[in-house]
Ligand binder design. Structure first.
Ligand code: 5AD
Ligand code: FES
Length: 345
């Protein structure tokens, strides 16, 4: 297909070309060509290294009500928890010993974590582990808040845009959440000098090939340092409980496209991908991914951070997860490394 050639040559396409490429995702030869080019590029830039991020899910309390998410505020069945500063630091102690040099603090939009409290946690981690990166993933906040957290030492920020199409965004979120504010946040974060991660779910309800083409165009224009994409998976306590999950093959296809479009991007093979397919994360590596984000949260909390059903790795100790992933990456010719794994411009 000449569109694939064009993408490989120019690293960019128009919306119509992206949509056409996406509609052809079941063409196995095409998928293989894109995957091979994606892996060639990631090897050229990052070699065989796979970066690990220790994910600390520190609160599942959330003031928002995203229709797809298991920890939305209107789910009365979610058992809510918050980790204390000490519990978070304990996760880091364990993680550091296991070779993690990035800690990702992810949580719902929980008002308890004011700028002051969160900045205090970030600076405690950074002063104890100056050789580690801290990534925040705590949703939409003000410019001033992002600025304070940055000066407390946060290095990176993950905030998926979820969908780049306004109508689609509105069908997945309550009216008080807007794509406009989401994008304001992403621009603020970039302006403040964070390494920024955008991204989206694949196969969310009402998504079309045009929506996905908009998502790719958004990444092409915004040029994030990180891109988080994973399949949508229904959660039984949401109104999308009976919707089908996203396609593993389409997710892999999109990973390859994103690697070719943004050769230097930090691109995780997500837990959602590993949940839908037992070797989903390994296959992600073979389509251009170069990051994995195993869970460092205390085992007793893990099941409660349930964004979607059947999430994997909720019973494993941190050490088991790290070992398991090291073997899995090795099985496909890659190597987990002890490194901050910064964006390589
Ligand atoms: N399926 C897959 N991914 C989900 N997320 C939230 N709910 C689901 C779900 N049901 C993703 C969102 C969010 C990230 C933390 O998890 O994209 O940004
Ligand atoms: Fe967690 Fe395999 S990655 S147990």
């Amino acid at each position: 297909m000449d569109i694939a050639d064009k993408l490989i040559r120019e690293h960019r396409l128009t919306k119509e070309e992206y949509a056409e490429l996406i509609r052809a995702y079941e063409d196995e030869n095409l998928a293989k060509r894109l995957a091979d080019e994606a892996v060639r590029l990631r090897r050229e830039i990052y070699g065989d290294a796979v970066y690990v991020r220790g994910l600390i899910e520190f609160t599942n309390i959330c003031k928002n009500d995203c229709l797809y998410c298991g920890i939305r505020k209107s789910n009365p069945n979610a058992e809510r928890y918050r980790l204390t500063k000490e519990e978070i630091l304990d996760c880091c102690v364990q993680g550091y010993h296991l070779g993690y040099r990035t800690f990702v603090l992810q949580g719902g939009e929980d008002g308890y974590y004011t700028d002051e409290r969160l900045a205090d946690i970030v600076s405690a981690i950074k002063s104890k582990y100056p050789d580690c990166a801290v990534t925040l993933s705590v949703g939409e906040r003000s410019f001033e808040s992002y600025r304070l957290l940055k000066s407390a030492g946060a290095d990176r920020y993950l905030l998926r845009h979820e969908t780049a199409n306004v109508q689609h965004y509105q069908r997945l979120h309550p009216p008080e959440l807007t794509l406009e504010n989401r994008m304001r946040c992403l621009r603020d974060l970039k302006q403040l000098g964070y390494q920024v991660g955008a991204g989206f779910m694949v196969g969310s309800p009402y998504q079309t090939a045009e929506c996905l083409a908009d998502d790719l165009l958004l990444l092409q224009e915004f040029q994030p340092e990180m891109a988080g994409i994973g399949p949508f998976i229904p959660h039984h306590d949401t109104e999308f409980a009976n919707e089908p999950a996203g396609s593993v093959e389409l997710t892999l296809f999109l990973l390859s496209i994103i690697r070719i479009m943004l050769p230097h991007v930090l691109l995780p093979a997500t837990t959602a991908l590993g949940t839908l397919n037992p070797v989903g994360r390994e296959r992600g590596m073979l389509c251009g991914a170069n990051v994995v984000m195993p869970n460092l949260s205390p085992v007793e909390n893990r099941k409660k951070y349930e964004l979607y059903d059947n999430k994997i790795c909720t019973g494993e100790e941190a050490a088991e997860c790290r070992g398991c992933l090291a073997n899995r990456m090795k099985s496909v010719g890659f190597r987990l490394v002890t490194d901050r794994g910064d964006y390589c411009p």
